[in-house]
Structures are given as structure tokens and as C-alpha cells.
Design a protein around this ligand. Structure first.
Ligand code: NOJ
Length: 548
């Protein structure tokens, strides 16, 4: 049985500033989070991924770092952070943090020094051009909010490169000192006790930017170098990469040395994410099946991280324009719901019209598919979005803990909050909050706890294989299986509203006391598998066999 903890993890992503405010200043903080660790332990989370925790001018929600060796004073102190790691560890919860080293904030002392003089020791830490690069208006990540990737700096009297916003100058990965510094940053946080890193913008970190070449080469070797370094410092530390890449590029990101991944450990499954959205919109699983059948196999030790929603827009850029249109029309029909021409700035619950059946179906499917599931805070109670907020902030509203003022997030006056709590309508905090759902055994939160507990008993998911079971089924139904040396799990998910009956008789010879371990309702005991009923938007997780 594999010993790789991340294959069996349930990752929960949160931003400290919107989670829980312990001192009433309107901004969430580390002590607030420590107070909620028991909640997270009960939910079944085994790993927290914290969005950037460092001091920052906060113009990109912390992804513009001004000091890699500290925590944002609004969140607390390094001492508080060490306490968080200790308290989380006591509850069996690991912590990974965002490692944002493609760029820094333009307020970072390195950039301030670099721009101030050509002789600055930091000048070459960034990417400069003396002349205006002809590809200056190409490669923007935030079209509409950003119109160039090279900007002129009056102080430096040169052009500097920024893949993201203008206030995020890119670091120069070709400079050995920059590489050393990134390793030192990792070593520092590992020494404090983090379990690894969610690496931001990996394809851009390794880009060897050449002015005038919008397809600059990539130095994948840096990933091997970094992996080796962190592994020496902490053998089981992980690198979870944010990289929305083509299937053909996968092997370069994971690397393969002696038959095992030797670069990143995990990769967010953006390809599957777009397809999950399309499949939900079409109420038909065809595109998921295609992904299961046609994605290249990852090297041993390489793992997917599977998600439905994250802190950014739903990124549909890997779909065709027509497919994207289908998802928009179902889940983000108003222009105001869309972002960057490629995505949707909504939470899943409103996208699915608050339909509890469909929400369960979607999350049951996500958690049973290949890889390690990643859940964003608030999804477990079906939180909504606030389209009055700008851009991606629509889905970054404070956690809704109770029906107390500010949803129990903070005791500050509402106008002092970092961002308003969703307070009206179906998704307002009086309707959607943890306390209310805690008292209701039929709530979405109670369901999540059951579902995650069930997953813990099914190590085949995550550690094992994940394969489509190719049998004739009613339209809308996906059948897949997970196999490992512990046994076999079988999964039925009906993406359509129409009930049906699935014939899995061909699997009877393999079955030993097959039984539903999780389902949308009580179904007759499977017994023989040749006539398994499934409700519209229904799902059945069936244990097919277990080895002692
Ligand atoms: C990807 C992050 O997910 C996003 O939130 C951020 O704006 C960019 N990287 C830039 O760091």
C-alpha cells in the first residue's frame, strides 16, 4: 500500500483573511483559523492549503508578495503561524502554503532596489529589456484588467516583464541567485513545519523570457532542482503545481527518473475541471469518459488534484468556443457572471441553482474521480457569490459561520469588513451557515462529513486506478471504478434528471457482497448487479470487493 500521504488526502483551501476574525478588526487571522481547526477536523479535512499568507499590498489578494519570510501582520505573527502548524498537526491536519515565486510585488525591496540602479545587486533578479519588446501586448493572463506584459519603468528607464498585473514584476529564473533564494524560501517554511507548497503559475516560473518571443523556452530542470532540494529538507514534502497545461506537456512537469516522478508531485486537473463543468451543463458524461480514457498516465508518485471550484474564475479555456458557450448558457448566462472571456466568477451552489440533488451529485463525482480532492472553503455549506464585488472577489466573501451579525465571521462593524458577508437572498448568511447546518442531520454540511468519512474507507480512490467501465447505460449515467490492492470500488453517477436502470451483470463474477456505501437514497441491496436502479441526479458508491 502506498505510503504517499497526499494520495489519500482531502485538501481544503482557504484564505485566512476571509475565514475567521478573532480580534474584531474585520480581517480574518491565524488565531481565528486555529479556533476553527476542530470544525475542519470533524469535516474530515486532512490538509489545509492556505492562500498567500505573506505581507503584501494586497492588490491581487496576496499574490503580490512583499516579504517571503513573514506573515501578513494583519493575520498575526510568525509565532501564531507556528502555533497553527502545531495545533493542526495535533489534529492530524497538514498545512501547505502558496508559493508565489513567478513574481513579487513591485513594492518588494528586491524590485525597489532593482529599479533604482543598473548596479543594484537585484537588477538581474527581474526581467528587463532596453527596447520596447514587439510582443508587449501578448500573453496577458487577465485580459480586460491588463493590457500588456511588458511595461516601461521610468526609474529604471527600461521595460520590465510581468506575466500578470503590472504591479507583479516577474523574477528572472535564469539567475542562479534567484533559484537559490526560492530554495531558501521553501527551506524556511519547511523548517517551520509546512507539509509542502501549492506552487503558483508554474509554467511561467520556468519560462526563460526572451523579449520579442511570446513562446520563450521553459527550463523544466528547475523543477527537478527544487524537488531535490525540498526532499532533502523534508522527505515527504509535496509540490502541488498550478499549471493549466496540454496533455502532451504533462511528462515534462512531472519528470520521470528511474520510473518515478522527480519534479512536481501533484497537478491541478484543469482539463478535467472544464470537462466536469461541460458534462454537468450537458447532463451527459461523454467528455469525462473521454478524459478518463485519453489522458496520458502519470508516472508513479505523480498525482492529480481534482477540484470543482477554486479561488479564481471557473477556467473554461481548454474547451472549444462552442463548448464554452454551452457552459456559459447553463451556468453563467449574464455577462456580469463571466470573466476574462474564458471563465465564470460564481460559486457552484448558485451555478446549480441551489439544487441540493445536483450539488451532491457534483461533489460525489468530484471526490470519486481520479486524484486527490480539493475543496474550497464554504463549498461544504453551499455558499453563494456576490456579483457586486469586482472580478474574482465575487467568490471571496467571508465564511458564513452562524446567523450572528456578519455571519459570525467578525465582530467588527460591517463597514469595517475586508469584504461584505453575503447577507441577503437564498445564499445570505441567515440561511446558509455552519451552525444551522450543524443542527440538521440532512444538511449539506452533514452530507459532506458522511461523504468524506466514506471516502476515508475507500483508499482505492486516490491511491488506486480510476477507469471508465464501458457497459451500455442510460444516457446521462457514468460508471467508473477504482482498483487498488485493498479492493475495488464501483461508482454510478447520473448527470441527467431521468431515472434509469444500469446493467453491470458483467461484473458479477468479481463482486463479493457488493453494497452501497454512499448513495443519494436507500436503494434495494445490490445482490446481483444486472439491474441497478439509479434516480435522476442520483449516485451510488458501491464496494465491489475488499481484500483483507
Ligand atoms: C494564479 C492564482 O490562482 C491567481 O489568483 C493569481 O492572481 C495569479 N496566479 C497570479 O499570482
Amino acid at each position: 500500500m502506498s505510503d504517499r500521504w497526499y494520495e489519500k488526502a482531502v485538501i481544503y483551501c482557504l484564505d485566512i483573511d476571509t475565514y475567521a476574525d478573532s480580534d474584531g478588526d474585520g480581517v480574518g487571522d491565524i488565531r481565528g483559523l486555529i479556533g476553527r481547526l476542530d470544525y475542519l477536523a470533524r469535516l474530515g479535512v486532512t490538509c489545509l492549503w492556505l492562500n498567500p499568507i505573506h505581507p503584501s499590498p494586497d492588490r491581487d489578494d496576496g499574490y503580490d508578495v512583499a516579504d517571503f519570510y513573514n506573515v501578513d501582520p494583519r493575520f498575526g505573527t510568525l509565532g501564531d503561524f507556528a502555533e497553527l502548524l502545531h495545533q493542526a498537526g495535533n489534529r492530524g491536519i497538514k498545512v501547505i502554503i502558496d508559493l508565489v515565486v513567478n513574481h513579487t510585488s513591485d513594492q518588494h525591496p528586491w524590485f525597489q532596489s532593482a529599479r533604482s540602479s543598473p548596479d543594484s545587486p537585484y537588477r538581474d533578479w527581474y526581467v528587463w529589456s532596453e527596447t520596447e519588446p514587439p510582443d508587449r501586448h501578448q500573453g496577458m493572463v487577465f485580459p480586460g484588467e491588463q493590457n500588456e506584459t511588458w511595461s516601461y519603468d521610468r526609474t529604471a528607464k527600461q521595460w520590465f516583464y510581468h506575466r500578470f498585473y503590472k504591479f507583479q514584476p516577474d523574477l528572472n529564473i535564469e539567475n542562479p541567485q534567484v533559484r537559490e533564494e526560492i530554495k531558501k524560501i521553501c527551506a524556511f517554511w519547511l523548517q517551520l513545519g509546512v507539509a509542502g507548497f501549492r506552487m503558483d503559475a508554474v509554467p511561467f516560473i520556468i519560462e526563460e523570457t526572451e523579449p520579442g518571443n511570446p513562446n520563450s523556452p521553459k527550463d523544466f530542470e528547475f523543477l527537478s532542482e527544487l524537488r531535490q532540494h525540498i526532499q532533502w529538507r523534508k522527505a515527504d514534502a509535496v509540490l502541488l503545481a498550478e499549471a493549466n497545461v496540454e496533455a502532451a506537456e504533462l511528462k515534462h512537469f512531472f519528470g520521470d527518473q528511474g520510473g518515478s516522478a522527480n519534479r512536481i508531485h501533484m497537478l491541478f486537473d484543469f482539463m478535467l475541471n472544464g470537462r466536469l463543468m461541460l458534462a454537468l451543463a450537458r447532463e451527459h458524461p461523454e467528455v469525462i469518459i473521454d478524459a478518463l480514457q485519453n489522458t496520458p498516465k502519470l508516472p508513479p508518485g505523480g498525482q492529480w488534484a481534482t477540484f470543482l471550484r477554486n479561488h479564481d474564475e471557473v477556467d473554461l479555456s481548454r474547451l472549444t468556443a462552442e463548448q464554452r458557450g454551452e457552459v456559459f448558457s447553463q451556468f453563467g448566462p449574464d455577462e456580469d457572471m463571466q470573466l476574462y472571456g474564458r471563465g465564470i466568477r460564481r460559486r457552484l451552489a448558485p451555478m446549480l441553482g441551489g439544487d441540493r440533488q445536483r450539488l451532491e451529485l457534483a461533489y460525489a463525482l468530484q471526490f470519486s474521480l481520479r486524484g486527490t480532492p480539493v475543496l474550497r472553503y464554504g463549498e461544504e455549506i453551499g455558499m453563494g457569490d456576490d456579483l457586486k464585488q469586482e472580478g474574482r472577489n465575487a467568490i471571496r466573501t467571508p465564511m458564513q459561520w452562524s446567523s450572528l451579525p456578519n455571519g459570525g465571521f467578525s465582530t467588527a462593524a460591517p463597514e469595517k469588513l475586508l469584504r461584505p458577508v453575503i447577507s441577503d437572498g437564498e445564499f445570505g448568511y441567515e440561511n446558509v451557515n455552519v451552525t444551522r447546518q450543524r443542527h440538521d442531520p440532512n444538511s449539506l454540511l452533514s452530507w459532506f462529513e458522511r461523504m468524506i468519512r466514506t471516502l476515508r474507507e475507500a483508499p482505492e480512490v486516490g491511491s488506486g486506478s480510476c477507469q471508465h467501465v464501458d457497459v451500455p447505460v442510460p444516457a446521462g449515467v457514468l460508471v467508473h471504478r477504482a482498483d487498488a490492492e485493498t479492493g475495488t470500488m464501483l461508482f454510478l453517477h447520473n448527470l441527467s434528471p431521468d431515472e434509469g436502470v444500469v446493467d453491470l451483470g458483467s461484473l458479477d463474477p468479481e463482486a463479493e457482497f457488493p453494497n452501497d456505501v454512499l448513495a443519494d437514497q436507500e436503494y434495494p441491496d445490490p445482490g446481483k448487479l444486472d439491474a441497478l436502479p439509479i434516480a435522476g441526479y442520483g449516485y451510488r458508491w458501491i464496494r465491489l470487493k475488499r481484500f483483507p
